[in-house]
Design a protein around this ligand. Structure first.
Ligand code: AP5
Ligand code: MG
Length: 213
């Protein structure tokens, strides 16, 4: 199954994609996680990406598209994959459609996790993430077993650099302007599925499994 996760920053794409990867046994590919790993390792890509991410802006398409096309050509993607945070612009969506067409295939579903802007700022201010494995928590809604520590590897949890309220606001503006048009794009392609992302994370997951069945 080849699935795209759509939704505003903080809608819960990453939280749900991690669960889906486990259930469907396919890789979870998050462009945000890939960029953050490159920033952590201080690579050239990481340095370039950071200058955009810290401002809440999108990393340019030319830095993003090749990276994803390479990743989905790898062996572990043969049975499918979940894209989280890609595509985010119409040119990215068109590049993905074309690359898959050339291989005689196409995406199966684009799942839009709907959460109104009012809920987002609260979610972001409580988010903590593991710099080692990328696991995401929320201090109230989805807390780790031990405060400030990752359940998977015991690493100290951190706050993302782009989760400051003023950067979140910019990211929401960028989302509405550049990413929301993809809902129409995938509706026209006939593969759009919509779920209510304001429910508990367990209920959102159940709703996703249902729309994909
Ligand atoms: P990226 O990392 O993709 O960030 P984003 O899209 O802004 O989304 P987030 O990761 O912030 O939110 P999410 O939807 O994954 O929510 P989460 O599950 O964490 O991208 C970061 C930056 O990288 C971009 O701004 C851009 O600069 C760059 N970039 C990445 N991809 C790019 C691309 N294709 N092109 C160009 N630039 C790109 O949940 C949020 C919080 O809510 C957590 O604390 C979580 O625990 C909690 N939560 C989740 N579900 C629930 C629930 N149901 N109820 C209550 N709380 C919940
Ligand atoms: Mg995410």
């Amino acid at each position: 199954m080849k699935i795209i996760m759509l939704g505003a920053p903080g809608a819960g794409k990453g939280t749900q994609a991690a669960r889906m990867a486990e259930k469907y046994n396919i890789p979870h590919i998050s462009t945000g996680d890939i960029f953050r790993a490159n920033i952590r390792d201080n690579t050239e890509l990481g340095q370039k990406a950071k200058s955009y991410m810290d401002k809440g802006l999108l990393v340019p398409d030319e830095l993003t598209c090749d990276l994803v096309m390479d990743r989905i050509s790898q062996d572990d993607c043969r049975e499918g994959f979940i894209l989280d945070g890609f595509p985010r612009t119409i040119p990215q969506a068109e590049a993905l459609t074309k690359a898959l067409e050339a291989k005689g295939t196409a995406m199966d579903a684009a799942v839009d996790v709907e959460v109104p802007d009012e809920n987002i700022v609260n979610r972001m201010s409580g988010r903590r993430f593991c710099p080692v494995c990328g696991a995401t928590y929320h201090i109230v809604a989805l807390p780790p077993k031990k405060e400030g520590v990752c359940d998977n590897d015991g690493a100290a949890l951190v706050i993302r650099d782009d989760d400051k309220p003023e950067t979140v606001k910019k990211r929401l503006d960028v989302y509405h302007e550049q990413t929301q048009p993809l809902i129409d794009y995938y509706q026209k392609a006939g593969i759009l599925k919509t779920v209510d992302g304001t429910q508990s994370a367990d209920d959102v997951f159940e709703a996703i499994v249902k729309v994909l069945a």
